[in-house]
Design a protein around this ligand. Structure first.
Ligand SMILES: O=C(O)CCC(=O)C(=O)O
Length: 290
C-alpha cells in the first residue's frame, strides 16, 4: 500500500491545504499534535484498562499488552469501561488542541464547532473480524457533509498494529451503497464502482490524519499479536451548518454531560458548544442494501 502524502511542508499555506484536501479528501501530518497531551490521554486510558484487567497483569500499562479476548463495542463488558474513558478530562481536552483547530479553520472557516461526542477506539489484536469496515462518516453523522474527522493514534501505531487507511479521492463520487458489516459503524461501503487507491502509513506519536465526511476509510487489521490499538477520532464542522442531535451527547449516549464532568478540574471545555445557536436535526435511518 502506498503511504499517505505528508502535508507538513504546506501546513502554513491555507490555499495549498485546501487544494490538496479537495484533491485527495484527506490531509496527513507528522508530529503535529503535542505529544505530552497525547501521552497523558494514553496514560489515563491504559490506567482504566489495567483496572478492568484488559491489560496483562505485571506489564507496563503504557505498552497496552493484552491477552484478554476481544471485547466488542456496545457489549455489556465494553460499556462500563467506555463510560470511564468518556469521563476523562484529558481525552476531551485533546480534541481542543490548537493545531487541529487551526487546520479545521483553514478548511471550514472561523466558526468551527467540535462535535462534543468525541470517540475513543480500543481495538483488540484478537478481534480481526471486527476491524472497521470501509465507510463514509457522512452516513453516520449526517447533518452536513462539511465535516472533517481528525484521527489520532494515542501512541505509536505501526501499520501492523492496525492504523487507518483512506481511499484517496473517494470523496468525489457521492455516497456509496452500504451493506451491514461488523466493526465500528457496522456498515460497509461498496466502492467497486470507482477506481481509487487505498493509502496508509505507520503513525508515530503526534501524527494526525484529517479526512472529509465523504472520504471512504477503513481500519487496518491489528496484527500485533498482543497489543491494543488505542486511538481517538474527533469531528469538526461549521457551527452555522446543521448538526445531528446525537453528536451533542457523550458517545454511546449512556452518560449525561454532568456525569462526564463530575471529576474535572477545569470548566474551560464544559458545555462549550452552548455559545453557538445550533440548528439541530434528527438522524435518519440509512438505506442498507440486502
Ligand atoms: O479507528 C477506527 O478503526 C475507526 C475510525 C473511523 O472510522 C473514523 O474515525 O471515522
Amino acid at each position: 500500500m502506498n503511504p499517505f502524502i505528508e502535508s507538513n511542508s504546506i501546513i502554513d499555506d491555507g490555499i495549498a491545504l485546501q487544494e490538496r484536501a479537495n484533491r485527495d479528501g484527506y490531509l496527513f501530518f507528522r508530529d503535529v499534535i503535542n505529544r505530552d497531551s497525547i501521552s497523558e490521554v494514553r496514560r489515563d486510558i491504559t490506567e482504566i484498562l489495567q483496572r478492568f484487567s484488559w491489560i496483562q497483569e505485571g506489564t507496563d500499562p503504557l505498552e497496552a499488552i493484552t491477552t484478554h479476548t476481544a471485547v466488542l463495542e456496545y457489549t455489556e463488558e465494553f460499556e462500563p469501561v467506555y463510560d470511564e474513558i468518556m469521563k476523562l478530562e484529558s481525552f476531551h481536552s485533546l480534541a481542543h488542541n490548537s493545531a487541529i483547530f487551526n487546520l479545521a479553520e483553514t478548511l471550514l472557516g472561523m466558526d468551527v464547532l467540535l462535535h462534543p461526542s468525541n470517540i475513543a477506539r480500543i481495538i483488540f489484536p484478537s478481534g480481526l473480524a471486527h476491524t472497521t469496515p470501509p465507510h463514509q462518516d457522512y452516513v453516520h453523522i449526517q447533518g452536513t457533509p462539511d465535516v472533517w474527522t481528525s484521527w489520532i493514534p494515542l501512541g505509536n501505531c505501526p501499520q501492523q498494529m492496525g492504523g487507518l487507511s483512506v481511499l484517496s479521492g473517494s470523496h468525489k463520487s457521492g455516497i456509496f451503497p452500504v451493506t451491514e458489516a461488523s466493526g465500528a459503524g457496522r456498515l460497509r461501503s461498496d466502492t467497486s464502482s470507482i477506481n481509487a487507491e487505498w493509502v496508509s502509513s505507520s503513525f508515530n506519536l503526534g501524527d494526525m490524519l484529517l479526512f472529509y465526511s465523504h472520504t471512504v476509510h477503513k481500519g487496518l487489521p491489528n496484527l500485533s499479536g498482543n497489543r491494543l490499538r488505542i486511538s481517538a477520532d474527533f469531528r469538526y464542522q461549521k457551527a452555522s451548518n446543521s448538526v445531528i442531535n446525537t453528536v451533542l451527547k457523550p458517545h454511546h449516549g449512556r452518560l449525561k454531560w454532568e456525569e462526564v464532568y463530575a471529576g474535572w478540574k477545569s470548566d474551560k471545555y464544559q458545555f462549550y458548544w452552548k455559545k453557538f445557536s445550533l440548528a439541530t436535526v434528527d438522524k435518519v435511518p440509512w438505506q442498507v442494501d440486502a
